[in-house]
Design a protein around this ligand. Structure first.
Ligand code: C2E
Ligand code: MG
Ligand code: MG
Ligand code: MG
Length: 287
């Protein structure tokens, strides 16, 4: 202990570390304030079926901070998890996504699946499924229009309990997607026993698709495996026409990425909803 922190004991923190901690504390405070004052927003990124039809929107958290600018959810979520705020924030995200979907429906736009990211701490709560049921009832969203995205590590942490939780969720009628597939513990022996509807292949595999010694064999195998288990496959982070062409050729069901659109505000997403198909995927040329 002493070797690590030196003789001065209490003066363990460097000024640099101190300012990181201060910034983190400020951010946490700003988040608590935002939660009560409508300071968070959701953006929506379209997912297209390989025939070009709009398949879903993924809701992604956004935090426009007056000084720090747009703070990434990759930064927000860990802070929210450490401070227990994640449960309240996660509830806000879920309710807002469901409400937005209903607003689109009420505006006469077609129904579309909405995918919401769920953190480990939300999923671990005994009453999570009950909570989801309450939000569905309160907002009036049909359960079949809601998809929950969970990472592999979240699902296999306490396998028996996760299985029960997923089964409760499935009974509600919502669908389950495995997010960032291939990056967590790839406990394939567990996966086939869980009630999973979709695998989302992590962006890193899509990016390295056409490199020499790239990930094509892995991506092909994931697609084949998922299909044999009756699951649907989503590719995340599709950025180039070449990636798109390869994924379509390999029968990847759904594509999501900057090539089609970044996450956008609800009003812009409504335009994608009204159009219904993506021209990149409906035009005949594949490259
Ligand atoms: P994710 O669920 O894997 O979401 C996909 C991330 O990739 C999003 O980043 C999206 O903007 C980005 N992305 C999409 N297409 C492309 C592409 O073509 N290229 C590149 N480079 N990136 C692309 P974002 O919005 O910054 O979110 C990061 C992560 O934060 C999410 O990863 C998710 O794990 C987490 N997150 C976001 N919103 C929420 C939320 O409401 N609740 C929870 N628990 N986690 C969230
Ligand atoms: Mg996701
Ligand atoms: Mg993902
Ligand atoms: Mg990801």
């Amino acid at each position: 202990y002493e070797a690590k922190f030196g003789h001065h004991g209490v003066r363990a923190f460097s000024p640099a570390l101190d300012s990181i901690l201060t910034e983190r504390r400020d951010l946490e405070k700003a988040m608590i304030h935002a939660l009560d004052h409508g300071g968070f927003a959701l953006h929506y990124q379209p997912q297209y079926a390989n025939d070009g039809r709009l398949s879903a929107f993924e809701a992604l958290l956004r935090f426009p901070h007056p000084v720090m600018g747009m703070v990434s959810p990759a930064r927000l979520i860990p802070i929210a998890e450490e401070s227990q705020m994640i449960v309240a924030l996660g509830t806000w995200v879920l309710r807002e996504a469901c409400n937005q979907s209903m607003r689109w429906q009420k505006a006469g736009l077609p129904e579309v699946l909405i995918a919401v990211n769920i953190s480990a701490m939300q999923f671990a709560r005994q009453d999570f499924a009950h909570h989801v049921a309450e939000i569905l009832e309160e907002t009036g969203l049909h359960p079949e229009l809601l998809e929950l995205e969970l990472t592999e590590s979240v699902m296999v942490k306490d396998f028996a309990e996760s299985t029960r939780q997923l089964e409760r969720l499935k009974r509600l009628g919502v669908s389950i997607a495995v997010d960032d597939f291939g990056t967590g513990y790839s406990s394939l022996n567990h996966l086939h026993r869980l009630p999973i509807d979709k695998l989302k292949i992590d962006r890193s595999f899509i990016q390295a698709l056409s490199e020499p010694n790239g990930t094509l064999p892995i991506v092909e195998s994931i697609i084949a495996m998922a299909h044999r288990m009756g699951m649907c496959v989503v590719a995340e982070g599709v950025e180039t026409p070449r990636q798109m062409a390869t994924l379509r050729e390999k029968s990847c069901n759904i594509l999501q990425g900057y090539l089609f659109s970044p996450p956008v505000e609800a009003d812009r997403a409504a335009l994608f909803l009204a159009t219904g198909t993506n021209p990149r995927l409906t035009s005949a040329e594949l490259t």
